[in-house]
Design a protein around this ligand. Structure first.
Ligand code: 5GP
Length: 189
């Protein structure tokens, strides 16, 4: 998506060797109109797949996932990172290593929000090593629902999570693919 590549170049900040900060429109401040355009683009790529639920993980994926859900006219479920007292009973769960927090995080979804008859589209803001996405795929598998694929805003291809998951047969659509960020220079694929 050309507009996204332009926004990354204009507003993105490379931290160290492998972190991209896009706080001005995605990860701290949100540009709602732009998020809606990205949501429509992801929804369009999965039109005709019979998606009944969008699934993401809190927190930064929620805005884009909501825009995708709005465009497809389906509910959006977000996996919770900390079990709240309101979450009781059996839960679908997975352990993921958080790239930005550098720690293991337990994510959960209540079975009533993911049914075996659902067709699920996973949405997230970034794809790096694929930890978050694999955790969400595990949760979809536990539920018995069908996985339509994953829609990602920014994929950092050099961290190779996408490669491993595509090799498992998962369809992944990324709106911007970054090949490298050497010396702070962003190169798109
Ligand atoms: P992965 O699990 O694929 O290694 O990393 C994906 C998750 O880590 C995303 O949910 C995202 O929140 C976070 N993440 C990974 N790389 C970046 C990055 O370069 N910038 C930001 N802001 N978040 C990232």
């Amino acid at each position: 998506m050309q507009e996204l590549r332009e926004r990354i170049v204009a507003d993105g900040e490379v931290i160290g060797r492998d972190v991209l900060k896009v706080d001005s429109f995605l990860n701290h401040q949100i540009d709602p109109a732009f998020i809606q355009r990205m949501g429509r683009e992801i929804a369009g790529r999965f039109a005709g797949e019979g998606v009944t639920k969008v699934l993401t993980v809190e927190a930064s994926g929620i805005a884009v996932a909501a825009a995708v859900g709005l465009a497809l006219g389906v509910p959006v479920v977000f996996a919770k990172k900390k079990q709240a007292v309101t979450q009781q009973g059996d839960l679908y769960s997975a352990e993921i290593f958080s790239f930005t927090r550098r720690e293991s995080v337990h994510i959960t979804v209540a079975p009533k929000y993911l049914r075996p008859e659902d067709v699920v589209l996973i949405v997230d803001d970034f794809l790096a090593h694929g930890e978050a996405l694999s955790g969400l795929v595990k949760i979809v598998r536990q539920s018995g629902a069908k996985l339509a694929g994953a829609g990602i805003v920014i994929e950092k291809r050099f961290q190779r999570g996408g490669e491993a998951l595509r090799a498992e047969g998962i369809r992944i659509e990324s709106l911007a693919v970054i090949e490298s960020m050497k010396a702070g220079v962003i190169t798109f694929g």
